[in-house]
Design a protein around this ligand. Structure first.
Ligand SMILES: CC(C)(COP(=O)(O)OP(=O)(O)OC[C@H]1O[C@@H](n2cnc3c(N)ncnc32)[C@H](O)[C@@H]1OP(=O)(O)O)[C@@H](O)C(=O)NCCC(=O)NCCS
Length: 350
């Protein structure tokens, strides 16, 4: 018999944590074979630390002495700034080990999600998957596919240095723009000036049919992230193109983690509307790759996520040598659809 229990990261003892780690290592190897996994200490640190804007609840599915599944639910903390537009929203993710699937465990893990949504007045849960089982399950539960993303990877030794140099050189828009490059960290005073233009660029990206409040870049988020980077030896890389008044025309953000030194994770690349069609996205990407590669000769792979409908950035990435690694679907599940699914399955009301 499967037992669903709350997992409290602050009070769990060593035996419960050991069981949790056994489970998540198996799960991650099944879901993402060969990918680096967190150490137990790093995982527990991440699970216990107070996030600046969000808080999480965790549940586990147990069979005898072993854990076979988990559910995690996030919500924007009601006392965080700008939390009001997030009031109806929750995010959730669940997994069940392959050997235990199709026995109703995933559905039972949705029970605490339904209870959470009702308790906190949430009407929609956003969930995502990379896997066919996940798509089939979410569709069966009444969730609606709203957005697709693509994870692409590039092997850096295939980079054409000549092409990079040409792309970078094209970035000054006939002398109207100049590069501003921050390697490792960007001063907080400079970041403070960039939060609004970054948010505008992010919100200009296609996110399919996902119904979500506009994103807001926040300085406290960077301060918190930098503390984590200090702890892990990570770096934030930022390449900007700015005009004579320091106004932002294009940006490219990436991060590097000392625990996976052969990888660079791209974050947002964006060009302000007034500057589009002038090859600036290629220029900031090329400058980023050139700089980080010079700083970390051991770099091998660059990883990036893009909306499947974002043809311009996918085309640039293809020309840089990125290849599709995997595809991700984002779903939204309404509280009433979830309740109806639980009733159909004969699960007791939450
Ligand atoms: C998604 C997941 C948690 C489902 O766990 P599970 O315990 O197998 O789910 P259930 O047994 O409760 O399945 C419920 C229903 O979903 C549907 N379903 C689940 N997997 C399916 C599959 N591979 N093919 C077709 N239908 C499927 C079926 O309708 C199933 O009911 P049935 O078995 O009575 O026909 C599991 O497949 C998983 O861990 N996937 C990888 C992680 C992931 O993608 N998570 C995303 C969710 S946020």
């Amino acid at each position: 018999m499967t037992d669903i229990q709350r997992f409290d990261v602050d009070t769990a003892g060593p035996a419960e944590w050991a069981r949790f780690h056994r489970y998540r290592r198996l799960r991650d190897e099944e879901l993402h074979p060969g990918e680096p996994q967190s150490t137990d200490a790093d995982f527990e640190h991440a699970a216990r630390r107070r996030m600046p804007f969000f808080e999480a609840e965790r549940f586990v599915a147990l069979e005898g002495a072993e854990q076979v599944g988990n559910l995690m639910i996030w919500r924007r903390r009601p006392d965080a700034p700008n939390s009001e537009p997030f009031a109806p929203h929750a995010d959730a993710w669940l997994g069940v080990l392959e050997a235990h699937r199709r026995r109703g465990i995933g559905s039972r893990l949705l029970q605490p999600l339904l209870a959470f949504m009702r308790t906190h007045g949430k009407t929609v849960a956003t969930m995502n998957t990379f896997h066919p089982d996940g798509h089939a399950f979410l569709a069966a539960a009444g969730a609606v596919l709203k957005h697709r993303a693509v994870e692409s990877r590039m092997q850096i030794d295939r980079l054409d240095a000549g092409q990079l140099a040409r792309w970078k050189a094209e970035g000054n828009a006939g002398g109207a723009l100049q590069f501003e490059i921050h390697a490792g960290r960007t001063p907080m005073e400079r970041l403070a000036q960039l939060m609004t233009p970054f948010s505008d660029m992010f919100n200009d990206m296609p996110l399919g049919e996902l119904e979500l409040p506009p994103a807001r870049y926040e300085l406290d988020g960077y301060a918190d992230w930098y503390r984590e980077l200090d702890r892990s030896g990570g770096e934030h890389h930022l390449v900007l193109l700015v005009d004579a008044d320091g106004m932002l025309a294009a940006m490219c953000e990436a991060y590097w983690d000392a625990r996976t030194p052969e990888r660079l994770y791209q974050r947002l690349t964006g060009v302000a509307r007034a500057w589009r069609g002038r090859s600036l996205a290629k220029a900031v990407k090329a400058a980023m790759l050139e700089n980080v590669r010079a700083r970390h000769p051991g770099l091998r792979t660059v990883i990036t996520y893009n909306a499947e409908v974002n043809a311009p950035i996918l085309a640039i990435n293809r020309r840089l040598g990125f290849e599709v690694h995997r595809r991700q679907g984002f779903y939204q599940l309404g509280v009433e659809a979830l309740a109806a699914y639980m009733a159909r399955r004969g699960e007791p009301a939450a």
